[in-house]
Design a protein around this ligand. Sequence first.
Ligand code: 23J
Ligand code: MN
Length: 255
Amino acid sequence: MSSLAQLISDLASGAVRVVDLTQPLGPDTPVIGLPEIFAPSPGFSMEEISRYDDGGPGWYWNTIRLGEHTGTHFDAPVHWITGKDLPDNRCDTIPAGRFVGPGCVIDVSGDAARDEDFLLTPARIEAWEAEHGRIAAGSWVFLRTDWSKRRDPAAFLNVREDGPHSPGFSADATRLLIDRDVLGVGVETVGTDAGQAGSFDPPFPNHTLMHGAGKLGLASLANLDQLPATGSLVIAAPLKIVDGSGSPLRVLALV
Ligand code: 23J
Ligand code: MN
């Protein structure tokens, strides 16, 4: 049997399941808040075109408006200045093969519960590799923080007087993942950098370094607690927006 025929059979039998790593997308979807000197990204809004009425007696459809980086979304290398001149760096030009890869889940949910500014370190990645094997080139690496269980948008964004507080990656952890030649990282928080990362060196190190290396990002993921540490197959394909810097998307894992 071919591997795809085997997969089709395993999907039909339930031996392989599809896990949806996507948050619902609607007007209540939280959006990253940047300091007021920067332009804000609009959240999701929807306007009806027709609903089985005079505007369209037999059909229902809507117009949607949103920032590219709203809800569960994809970050292309061109999103960051460090990736702006790389080849194949935008939503419509990244080869589709780079949207599919094995998933590695690094569970730091206990650490993030104790410390909302928790940062993944190289030592923590190496400890994970001692247990699960070296992160393969072309993997999606997910940081499980259980942050998606914060259903209240205020608790999810967790903004205080000194800005947002949420877990993320140290600059050196990002460098190690680039050395592993991952496809990119995925997080449960609103962005792929920690809440306080605007004041790190370099600022927003995960965006700066990952996108500078042509790597991808996935933010506001859900259900990472339903994935094994290794062995899943992840499909994260953005809309083919011409010159797009990112896109809302449906992220699926075969488990
Ligand atoms: C723009 C500026 C800073 C950040 C972000 C966007 C994101 O997190 C994003 O959605 O890419 S941190
Ligand atoms: Mn983004």
